[in-house]
Design a protein around this ligand. Structure first.
Ligand code: NAD
Length: 546
């Protein structure tokens, strides 16, 4: 699958329309150069989709969408099931691309992307027909006689999907599958740091879909902006808070609905009564898995003072055993960072903490001469003003802070701009649940961490700077459809609240208000007057007008 430079190219169903006449014709800015995070070698060059072509791709996707939405849901499910088979059949190949392009270990590629995605297909194929079925709205026959109502869920139309590089197949999949099952077309702009993964994911989808229904737009922010500016009906964005804000502003004037899944600065609260072996194992894995390049990564740990010494001992021991760096061999725990920019960002936070003489449980630092290997870093009781405490790190670094008690842990965990996820570690599940309810985040795990985005029937969402979008569960589907309410009425004549607005209507309405709001003894007081005018009201609204 991987091609050496210079290579094709662009997506998709009609690639010839988008290909430059020859790769040599392209200026370098039209090409994404894919470098191995492990050793910096050039793996491939992928042509960016010309910005000028994006509008045409959007139009083509819209055309394809009309016929796709007209298919019965069962037919769309069959197509998606077929895509699932191809995903399974090409799973090892996909894992190889994830490893080469993203620097992931095979364990990471398989357990966080390839395998959970099979469950995702199964969940949606089973659940989507029920979620999308017509809903009968119960109507009270006294208030609304001779009427019935239904809600039909219709696809938004064309969804712009803009995705990051850290889980470059599973994150797009979480939007692609429900979006397609709901009858949408998708204009997909993957990360410029994962174009090869995007290409194989697209190849897996394409054979079962109408040409152009899922259009792949390769490129960077310029293509991202073009996708947002195209004639779209909704946006599904996963990425940084900074980009999310830009997209929200860009779509606001057009009143286009935007689903935003943004960054995190996730806290772990370790209480005195926690199982410290499990807590230390979970926290170290949660902080360093995928090199900490995880929106759900554990970033700030708050341990209550009664458990602090024992917990720290265990964390140090586990950190000492973590395998990272180019010498770690095939089975490493911490992969290299995606690119040099990311490494600089992590190094800046780590260096600032060191400069402030913060005690290090693990020192961090670049490993090897080539690639983006960076050793885990962990700091104890950092100053509140440090970037490593306030900003998303997105790298293998976390902080450990000793706090007085549960109340302080909760208060500290709720500090900062982000509100994505948090974990609580305690042997007392009822206490864990109580603490969970005090945390201003979208997901709280008690005695676990960072893995719940793979639970397809549970919502994954954030608050504040972590965005307001929802991934997974019927709540995610709700962001990809719009509801149309249809009311059927077989009454004759006029409704009692229609014209004329005369004395008979006002007296009736007053009587009704009194009946509904007065105490028991006064309930009937307004009725005689109302009943007296009832015949006049019936007369006023019945019969032909000419
Ligand atoms: P990013 O915001 O830099 O880029 C995300 C995508 O947006 C890329 O495809 C990029 O090309 C595109 N883009 C950039 N500028 C754009 C613009 N002006 N208009 C339109 N598109 C634009 O993020 P990243 O570095 O790729 O990913 C890391 C971030 O994603 C982290 O903050 C992480 O926490 C977040 N993330 C969140 C979740 C979640 O579920 N909440 C999941 C994964 C990653």
């Amino acid at each position: 699958m991987l091609v050496s430079a210079p290579a094709p190219s662009i997506p998709l169903f009609h690639p010839e329309a988008l290909m430059p006449s020859s790769p040599a014709d392209q200026p370098k800015s039209d090409v994404i150069t894919v470098r191995s995070p492990r050793d910096g070698t050039v793996l491939a060059e992928v042509a960016k989709t010309p910005v000028a072509e994006v509008a045409a791709l959007a139009d083509r996707a819209r055309e394809a969408q009309a016929a796709w939405a007209a298919l019965p849901v069962a037919e769309r499910v069959q197509r998606v099931k077929s895509i699932r088979h191809r995903w399974a059949a090409r799973g090892l190949e996909l894992a190889q691309v994830l490893m080469k392009e993203g620097g992931k270990s095979e364990a990471e590629a398989l357990t966080s992307e390839v395998l959970p995605s099979l469950n995702l297909f199964d969940y949606w194929c089973k659940a989507a027909p029920g979620f999308l079925a017509r809903e009968r709205v119960a109507l009270d026959p006294l208030n609304f006689p001779k009427k019935k109502g239904f809600v039909d869920l219709e696809p938004l139309g064309l969804i712009a999907l803009v995705t990051p590089w850290n889980y470059p197949s599973s994150i797009p999949l979480r939007a692609l599958v429900p979006a397609l099952l709901a009858g949408n077309a998708v204009l997909w702009k993957p990360s410029e740091f994962a174009p090869l993964t995007a290409q194989i994911v697209h190849d897996i989808f394409a054979p079962d879909l109408p040409p152009g229904l899922v259009a792949l737009v390769q490129g960077d922010f310029a293509q991202g902006e073009a996708v947002i500016d195209a004639r779209i009906d909704g946006v599904s964005f996963t990425g940084s808070a900074a980009t999310g804000r830009k997209i929200a502003v860009r779509t606001a004037e057009r009143l286009i609905p935007v689903s935003l899944e943004l960054g995190g600065k996730n806290a772990a609260i370790v209480l005195d009564d926690a199982d410290l072996d499990r807590a230390s194992a979970g926290v170290v894995w949660g902080a360093l898995a995928n090199g900490g390049q995880n929106c759900a990564a554990v970033s700030r740990v708050y341990v209550t003072k009664g458990a602090a010494a024992e917990f720290e001992k265990r964390v140090r021991a586990r950190l000492a055993r973590v395998k990272s760096g180019p010498e770690a061999g095939e089975y490493f725990d911490v992969p290299p960072l995606i690119n040099a920019r990311q490494m600089e960002r992590v190094a800046a936070q780590v260096d600032e903490a060191k400069g402030a003489r913060t005690e290090a449980l693990a020192p961090g630092g670049r490993q090897g001469d080539a690639g983006n290997w960076y050793a885990p870093a962990a700091f104890k009781d950092p100053g509140a003003g440090l970037a490593i405490v306030r900003e998303e790190t997105f790298g293998p670094a976390f902080t450990l802070t000793v706090v007085e008690d549960e109340a302080e842990a909760v208060q500290r965990a709720n500090e900062g701009d982000y509100g994505l996820s948090a974990s609580v570690w305690t042997r007392d599940l009822a206490r864990g649940e109580r603490v969970a309810k005090k945390l201003d985040v979208g997901t709280v795990t008690v005695n676990n961490t960072s893995f719940t985005p793979v639970i397809t029937n549970a919502p994954w969402s954030g608050r504040r700077s972590s965005g307001h979008g929802t991934t997974n569960s019927h709540r995610a589907l709700a962001e990809m459809v719009r509801a149309r309410f249809i009311l059927l009425d077989w009454n004759k004549g006029s409704e009692f609240w229609w014209f004329p607005h005369d004395e008979s209507l006002v007296t009736l309405a007053r009587g009704l208000l009194r009946f509904l709001t007065a105490g028991f003894s006064n309930k009937l007081a307004g009725l005689p007057a109302a009943l007296k005018l009832l015949p006049a009201r019936i007369k006023a609204i019945s019969g032909p007008v000419v």
